[in-house]
Design a protein around this ligand. Structure first.
Ligand code: SF4
Ligand code: SF4
Length: 68
C-alpha cells in the first residue's frame, strides 16, 4: 500500500466543522486543526484511508489531481 498515483488527499472545507475525529486516527500525524478546520500535510499523507470513515460529514477523500 502506498500513495495513489496522481491523486491527492483532500479536506472539503465546506463540510469540515473541526470535530477532530480524523486527527486522532492518522497514524503518521499529518492532520491538524487550524481555525476549526482540518488541514493535511498532503505530501506526507500515505493515502492509507484510515481517517476517511471517521468523518461524520464525509469531508475527507482521495481524488484525482485533475479533478481538484
Ligand atoms: S489517509 Fe492516512 S495518512 Fe493520510 S491523513 Fe488520512 S489517516 Fe493520515
Ligand atoms: S472528522 Fe471530518 S469534520 Fe471532523 S475534523 Fe476531520 S474532516 Fe473535519
Amino acid at each position: 500500500m502506498g500513495r495513489v498515483p496522481n491523486h491527492l488527499f483532500v479536506v472539503d472545507d465546506d463540510k469540515c466543522f473541526g470535530c477532530g475525529a480524523c486527527i486522532a486516527l492518522c497514524p503518521v500525524n499529518v492532520l491538524d486543526l487550524h481555525n476549526r478546520l482540518a488541514v493535511v500535510d498532503e505530501k506526507n499523507c500515505t493515502h492509507c484511508e484510515l481517517c476517511i470513515p471517521s468523518c461524520p460529514v464525509f469531508a475527507l477523500d482521495i481524488l484525482p489531481e485533475n479533478s481538484i
